[in-house]
Design a protein around this ligand. Structure first.
Ligand code: NAD
Ligand code: UDP
Length: 391
């Protein structure tokens, strides 16, 4: 383990971190980083531990004792407050956060992203504990520019699409468009945390991830998740490539996204954690941070094309003649789906407060991610696709 220094050059004091949702995609990378590069202890809370198993076993790992897993559901577990009290800092990652759930399980989505987060905020506030809460770029909803006529020159003006933490509005669709149940629940918990800060002095940082992607994201249906499950786009397209099926473009794949490599994004979270040591708390306290890579913007169609090329390179298998297929959102996600048109993060605040910038290009991050997916799943997929011969 290298000795990390804080943003002002001082060695970091060891802290205890209560990480809720530590067994998920972001949590697993954050735990890995904290174990490898910091002296901090992690109380890792989740209902699953598969993605952090490699950090918990065997007992001979150099960080033995520094990470302790607590299998619990924060919906109903009286241990939660005690664990938050034991820690200096709480990081809340727990959520239902796959778009396929927002319109098909809106109640679970709202409960998970708002109601279940309430006690976490309350326990942090009541016990004077710092909170880093994971929200989403989806709180911005649609861009102002999306309401302009298609041929309006203003659509090209960044003022109409770049998303700024302190000035951009949050624009959602109608209540019938249940897609926005997630964004709305996240927005309300952000407002509650902000109000706890303003009225009761809660030390908080809110993170708005802009499509963080990389190894271990979500699941491959039928291999390490339900066959009928619909993960986020990286795993959907990865699954299609592994199975040699065309990649499905929802409503023409015209929506735009900026993708950031998980390892770059985790550096930003680490800076937020380091800034919570007492010497320089104001760098992150009371702030909302966009964390994304504005240089990695593509339409979903371009993402599909790039993933197809990268996968051919890493697998050595030629691409399909027709690598993509169009599907309607109603067919793919069901009634009540809607979409964010474009997501470019403004980086002014995170640059100024933490000096963070993403480094990895979209091609490079897809190459390492698809290499991981191919290595992890290709054999299992092949086996699962071999049909028994009828006798
Ligand atoms: P994930 O689904 O991989 O991780 C979430 C983890 O929380 C899972 O391991 C899950 O088991 C756990 N969890 C959920 N409910 C729980 C409960 N009641 N009790 C205990 N554990 C529970 O998702 P992720 O991509 O790692 O996202 C983490 C956070 O970041 C979420 O709040 C999400 O909304 C936010 N976010 C992520 C992205 C991204 O690009 N990955 C984008 C926007 C927002
Ligand atoms: N999408 C797609 N095909 C898929 C999965 C997703 O075209 O197989 C689209 C989806 O409609 C959205 C974008 O890809 O426009 C990103 O979807 P993701 O699930 O990653 O979540 P989001 O960025 O919308 O939160």
């Amino acid at each position: 383990m290298t000795t990390r220094i804080d943003l002002d050059g001082r060695p970091i004091k060891p802290m205890t971190i209560c990480m809720i949702g530590a067994g998920g995609f972001i949590g697993s990378h954050l735990c890995e980083k904290l174990m490898a590069e910091t002296p901090h202890k992690v109380l890792a809370l989740d209902v699953y531990s598969d993605k952090i198993k490699h950090l918990l076993e065997p007992d001979s790992l150099p960080w033995v004792g520094c990470i302790v897993f607590h299998r619990l559901n924060i919906k109903h577990d009286s241990r939660l407050e005690g664990l938050i009290k034991m820690a200096d800092l709480t990081i809340n990652l727990a959520a239902i956060c796959t778009p396929a759930d927002y319109n098909t399980r809106p109640l679970d989505t709202i409960y998970s992203n708002f109601i279940d987060a309430l006690p976490v905020v309350k326990y942090c506030s009541d016990n004077n504990k710092r909170l880093i809460h994971f929200s989403t770029c989806e709180v911005y909803g649609k861009t102002i520019g999306s309401f302009l006529p298609k041929d309006s020159p203003l659509r090209k003006d960044p003022a109409y699409y770049v998303l700024k933490e302190d000035t951009s509005p949050c624009i959602f669709g109608s209540i019938q468009k249940q897609r926005w149940s997630y964004a709305c629940a996240k927005q309300l918990i952000e407002r509650l945390i902000y109000a706890e800060g303003a009225e009761n002095g809660l030390d908080f940082t809110i993170v708005r991830p802009f499509n963080w992607i990389g190894p271990r994201m979500d699941f491959i249906p039928g291999i390490d998740g339900p066959i009928e499950g619909v993960p986020r786009v990286l795993a959907c397209f990865g699954n299609n490539l592994l199975r040699r099926e065309p990649l499905k473009l929802v409503d023409g794949g015209e929506s735009q996204r900026t993708f950031v490599y998980i390892k770059d994004a985790i550096e930003a979270v680490l800076l937020m954690i380091l800034s919570s040591v007492q010497e320089n708390p104001d760098r992150a306290n009371g702030h909302i941070f966009n964390v994304g890579n504005p240089n990695n913007e593509v339409t979903v169609r371009q993402l599909a094309e790039m993933m197809t090329k990268v996968y051919a390179k890493v697998s050595g298998e030629p691409s399909l003649e027709s690598p993509t297929i169009d599907v309607s959102s109603k067919e793919f996600y069901g009634e009540g789906y809607d979409d964010s048109d474009k997501r470019i993060p403004d980086m002014t605040i995170i640059n100024r407060q933490l000096g963070w910038n993403p480094k990895t290009s979209l091609w490079d991050l897809l190459e390492s991610t698809l290499t991981y997916q191919h290595r992890t799943y290709a054999e299992a997929i092949k086996k699962s696709m071999v049909k028994p011969i009828a006798s």
